[in-house]
Design a protein around this ligand. Structure first.
Ligand SMILES: [Mg+2]
Length: 411
């Protein structure tokens, strides 16, 4: 049976969600004025994470430093990121989608796929139901989405990127020649900048041109795997299923830029403990353990370095992660060079909870894991400031926490 897939994408999500929240509290609508979401404008590292359409008209781009954006538009309104708010609206719009089909895949914080295959008895007119989903989100939640419809995820997602905002588009087989093949190669899903450059150096500038190149030639240009994938994509072929549960996170990371450079070990270690504490709690909340721990630093001279260590058994215990992180930091840093950034990453995740018995007969983690559980529970109930580890960095306002997974820039 031919599949029917919807791709739903919130228009300028972060900006739109902030605006929605302000409007619901009687504030002005940021979507109608030059506005953006960014970190502290006084900080050297803040960039534009999302922008309004009027801000776009000033030439402001997602990902550019906030200082440069302010030069283009001195009246730019800047709102700080609010991930709790984003999570709330993300969950709310996905909940509305679930009213229409049980098979919903959350693809990112502001995008999901719906498998609508076999719903034709329930919804004889799928275009009509797409408009209904879009308008329900708008009237119940106050923000707009684009919906792309196609026979698979690739074509639905591509259709969702056509004209914005607040639109429904289709991309079916019979529409490839008109809507898909004229697109520049860089707009094809799965084609990054370097692949696009390789293709255009070979005279392949559009998806249509790509669809005329033989598999053998593509493999020569791009390698076997990528060549084969793009050979199929250019023809609109994509068999990947809509997965109700997104693939497990690849890792957790946290980093912070300090406003005053760190020049002593004591401060560095207390900041490190705060970072480890926050990132490991996040990993535990999703029942993961890490096989690999990495610590990264940036000096005041903008020199970046990082060290990582593979473990003999995966862990989710804060004190174990902290001990290894301390060792990694001392390999990286002499304790004197001024530091402006520090980060911790936990990767190579597993759900495996079998305990590894150490050489000395003691199960690793046990008691310490109970302590972590108790701390996580108290924080869940009373908030993250309710309890802190002895020695952790106390001045939370000096820490600009950044969760990489949630900091994806968006268009
Ligand atoms: Mg979006």
């Amino acid at each position: 049976m031919e599949r029917l897939i919807f791709h739903i994408d919130v228009n300028s999500a972060f900006l739109s969600w902030e605006a929605t929240d302000r409007v619901s509290n009687g504030g002005a609508d940021l979507r109608l004025v030059p506005a953006c979401i960014s970190g502290n404008p006084k900080s050297r590292t803040s960039v534009v994470l999302a922008k309004s359409i009027p801000a776009k008209k000033y030439g402001i781009k997602t990902g550019e430093p906030i200082g440069a954006a302010l030069k283009k538009c001195p009246d730019l309104i800047i709102a700080r990121p609010n991930f709790l708010l984003y999570q709330k609206y993300s969950a709310a719009f996905i909940e509305i989608c679930r009213r229409y089909t049980p098979i919903v895949e959350k693809y990112s914080i502001d995008e999901c796929f719906l498998d609508m295959t076999g719903t034709s008895l329930l919804y004889p007119d799928f275009i009509k139901v797409a408009y209904e989903i879009k308008d329900t989100i708008k009237s119940e939640l106050g923000f707009t989405v684009n919906i792309g419809i196609g026979p698979n995820k690739l074509l639905a997602k591509t259709a969702g990127d056509f004209e914005k905002p607040d639109k429904v588009h289709t991309l079916f087989w019979e529409e490839l020649a008109e809507k898909f093949w004229p697109l520049p190669i860089g707009e094809m899903f799965g084609v990054g900048r370097s692949t696009a450059e390789k293709l255009s150096r070979n005279g392949i500038e559009s998806i249509g041109k790509l669809s005329k190149i033989s598999l053998k030639t593509l493999k020569t240009i791009l390698g076997d795997k990528m060549g084969e994938q793009l050979y199929r994509s250019a023809r609109g072929i994509d068999d990947t299923p809509v997965l109700e549960k997104p693939p497990a996170a690849k890792g957790y990371s946290i980093s912070t830029t300090v406003e005053k450079n760190i020049t002593d070990k004591e401060t560095a270690l207390s900041l490190l403990l705060s970072l480890v504490d926050a990132v490991s709690a996040r990993m535990r909340a999703e029942d993961n353990r890490a096989w690999c721990i990495a610590v990264s630093i940036r000096t005041s001279e903008f020199k970046n370095s990082s060290h990582q260590r593979k473990l003999f058994s995966p862990t989710d215990v804060t004190s174990e992660i902290y001990d290894i992180s301390k060792a990694l930091l001392s390999e990286l840093w002499n304790g004197k060079t001024p530091l402006r950034l520090m980060g911790v990453a936990l990767t190579d995740l597993t759900k495996d909870t079998s305990e590894q018995i150490s050489l000395f007969g003691e199960a690793s983690g046990g008691k310490k894991r109970d302590i972590d559980k108790a701390v996580d529970k108290i924080r869940k109930k009373y908030g993250s400031e309710s309890i802190s580890r002895a020695g952790a960095f106390k001045e939370n306002d000096r820490i600009g926490r950044k969760y990489k997974a949630e900091m994806e820039t968006e268009e």
